[in-house]
Structure formats: structure tokens, C-alpha cells
Design a protein around this ligand. Structure first.
Ligand SMILES: [Zn+2]
Length: 379
């Protein structure tokens, strides 16, 4: 069976032309679905303080002061900017609409994240309080996203008979692709556990010197990198192919362990750091490997991880790429997790396939946007 057709987020030229010709209709349907799902997944209470809440705050997943450093006239490019023939997704957005989620009240939003949302606090390595606030924010975003996704999944069930995809007319293809933007793991329990972990720590922090987050890699650069990133990522394997997480292990007792990665372009410098909960031990080898690399290679690996595994990156609109680099970047961003019939192959094969597809040996095949070469030039 050929699943190649769905290994990328792009449509063929013919499909895209059809989409463009009917774009208004498609977009209407699309926003109707989203709004319906948003309405039904809307919470009644603020997730942090538990108070009844009628209008939720537009919380930014990446602090505004960081987005400002890379925006141009208030605008920022999304990963879709680099993908040809991509339906539904905005290629550029204003700072106000960048990475927004609604699950907490305005009061909590303005007081819970103050340490990490202050540029003055980045003179040295982030403190435990800042890390907890970042972890808290990342888990809240996950919870909010998964609540919306599970509602959307009810509106758009993925095709049951996967063998018939090739014969599908365009509309279901668009639906299918849209469903792909929604990640497949719908369980919120792990995000809730991460939230509780961070929240409990924040409560006791003022009274203790305890530490709960381990910084596995951290670097301060004396130039401004052209993208911002703050999110959780799950790695399945380390730099040399040893397993970190078995992401196809569906047994309820298996807990996936994530890392939190931050790429913060500041006014004249940049801070990049990766951390994990201190009770998560599966990344120790990975951190060791990363720290042994030269700065250039370590940045190239981090750049690869972010661009391959996450769609929540926000770019400066003036990145200067050669044509070939643009193509490499586009191929890597458009690549989606493989679609294979997990009923017909063993978990080992699935793992092997995934590892080949996302092997770290490919990291130099894409432009390293975190290198000095791509720094944002002063105006
Ligand atoms: Zn609140």
C-alpha cells in the first residue's frame, strides 16, 4: 500500500488549484467546525484559580516581549510560510494572534508567569521558578489543545478504511489533511500530571530551595536568532539511535516523558535551553551527547528537533534563504509522522521506520537557523 501521498502537508498543484477556487467555501466550513468545537470544549472555570469565568484571557504560549523581538511591523511568519500548497493555515499572523490559548482568567494570566515573562531575568540561567512557570504554561497549552482536538475529532472522524485514501475525492482529502493537523494522542492525563507537578512546586517554592527541573542544555548567544520557540517535545530516540520513549506503547502504565525546549530571541542576545522534570530520567544520555558536541553542532541538532517535531515555531519575516535552503526547510517542515497501518506491522518495525524517517544523521541537511549566519540584522 502506498501511503506516500500523506507523508507531507502539501497538496498537489491540481488539488491546491481546486482548493483555491473554492477557498471561501472551504474556509467557511473549516471555521464553522473550529468554532463549534471551541464552543463545546470551552471550560466554565479558570483552570488555575477555579473561579467561574465568562471571558477567558488570550494567553500567549510565547511571551509577547519575545515575539516582539522577531516581528516586523507586528507580523510573524508561521511554519506554513515555508510550505507550498498548504490549505487552511495562515502563513503570517499578527503578534496578538500568535500561539494563543484560552483556558485561564485574566488575573491568573497576569500574575502567574511574571518571572519568566520579564526580559531582565535572562541575564543568567533561568531559575527554578522561571522553569516551573514555563512548564506550567506548556502543560496548560497542551491541556487546552487536547480538549479542542478531542472535540474536533468528534466532528471529523478520520477515514476508517485507510486503504481507500488514494481514491478519495478532494473534499475528504482536505478533511483528512485537516485532521492531520490535529495530533493523534488525545489523552490529557499526562499534560494534567505535568501541570500538577509544576503547580505543586510553585506553591512550595517560596519556602524551599528544592529543585524540580533539570536543565540538560543551556546556551546564551550574543546574537539574535530569527525564530522563537517554547514548547514540549517528545523524543523517541537519542543522537545515536537508542530508544528514549516508546511512543507506540499504548499500555496505560507507560508514561511518555517530554522535554521542554525554549528558544528566546532577546533584544541583543538569545537564550536557548532544554529542561525536564527531575523525576524524568530517560534523557540523561541524550543530554550527555548534546553537551559533548561543538556549539555549532548542538545548535544544529536543536534546530532540527524543533523544525521536524513541532509546528509551534514563529519566524522573523526577513530570513534570507537561498533557493535550495528554502526547499530543504520546506521538505522538513511539511513532513508529517508516517502513516502506517499499525495493525499490520510489529511495534519494532514501526519504531525502526520512525527512526529512519527522523534520524538525527539528517540534521545537517537543513539550514541551521540558530547559527550566526542567520542572526537578525539590526534595522
Ligand atoms: Zn484564574
Amino acid at each position: 500500500m502506498d501511503y506516500k501521498r500523506f507523508e507531507t502537508l502539501s497538496l498537489s498543484d491540481e488539488e491546491y488549484n481546486h482548493y483555491k477556487a473554492n477557498e471561501i467555501d472551504y474556509k467557511k466550513k473549516h471555521s464553522k467546525l473550529i468554532n463549534k468545537a471551541r464552543e463545546s470544549s470551552k471550560p466554565e472555570k479558570c483552570y488555575i484559580c477555579g473561579k467561574q469565568c465568562s471571558s477567558f484571557c488570550n494567553s500567549h504560549s510565547i511571551p509577547r516581549f519575545i515575539l516582539k523581538n522577531i516581528s516586523d511591523n507586528g507580523m510573524i511568519h508561521t511554519p506554513a510560510w515555508f510550505i507550498k500548497n498548504i490549505p487552511f493555515v495562515d502563513k503570517e499572523v499578527g503578534i496578538n494572534k500568535t500561539g494563543v490559548f484560552k483556558i485561564i482568567c485574566k488575573e491568573c494570566d497576569s500574575k502567574v508567569f511574571t518571572d519568566y515573562e520579564n526580559e531582565d531575568n535572562y541575564k543568567s540561567i533561568p531559575t527554578q521558578i522561571m522553569l516551573s512557570q514555563i512548564a506550567l504554561k506548556n502543560s496548560l497549552k497542551q491541556i487546552s489543545k487536547k480538549q479542542l482536538e478531542s472535540q474536533l475529532h468528534q466532528e471529523i472522524p478520520p477515514p476508517l478504511n485507510i486503504s481507500s485514501i488514494e481514491e478519495m475525492p478532494l473534499e475528504p482529502i482536505l478533511q483528512y489533511m485537516f485532521a492531520q493537523f490535529i495530533t493523534d494522542i488525545l489523552d490529557t492525563s499526562e499534560a494534567i500530571d505535568d501541570y500538577d507537578y509544576a503547580q505543586e512546586f510553585l506553591k512550595i517554592l517560596s519556602k524551599s530551595n528544592d529543585y524540580r527541573y533539570h536543565i540538560g542544555y543551556s546556551i546564551k548567544l550574543d546574537y539574535v536568532v530569527p525564530y522563537a520557540f517554547q514548547s514540549q517535545i517528545m523524543l523517541t530516540h537519542d543522537l545515536y539511535g537508542s530508544i528514549i520513549n516508546r511512543n507506540y506503547d499504548m499500555s496505560p502504565e507507560y508514561r511518555i516523558q517530554n522535554i521542554d525546549i525554549c528558544v528566546f530571541p532577546l533584544k541583543e542576545t538569545s537564550q536557548i535551553f532544554i529542561f525536564t522534570r527531575s523525576d524524568f530520567t530517560r534523557y540523561s544520555k541524550f543530554y550527555e551527547q548534546l553537551n559533548k558536541l561543538s556549539q555549532k553542532d548542538a545548535l544544529s541538532i536543536i534546530n532540527y528537533i524543533i523544525l521536524v517535531f513541532s509546528e509551534e515555531v514563529y519566524f522573523n519575516p526577513n530570513i534570507n534563504l537561498k533557493l535550495s535552503e528554502e526547499k530543504e526547510l520546506s521538505d522538513c517542515i511539511a513532513k508529517v509522522a508516517e502513516i502506517i497501518d499499525i495493525r499490520s506491522v510489529s511495534p519494532n518495525e514501526v519504531e525502526k521506520n520512525h527512526m529512519n524517517r527522523f534520524s538525527f544523521s539528517n540534521h545537517k541537511n537543513i539550514p541551521n537557523l540558530l547559527s550566526l549566519e542567520f542572526q537578525i540584522k539590526g534595522e
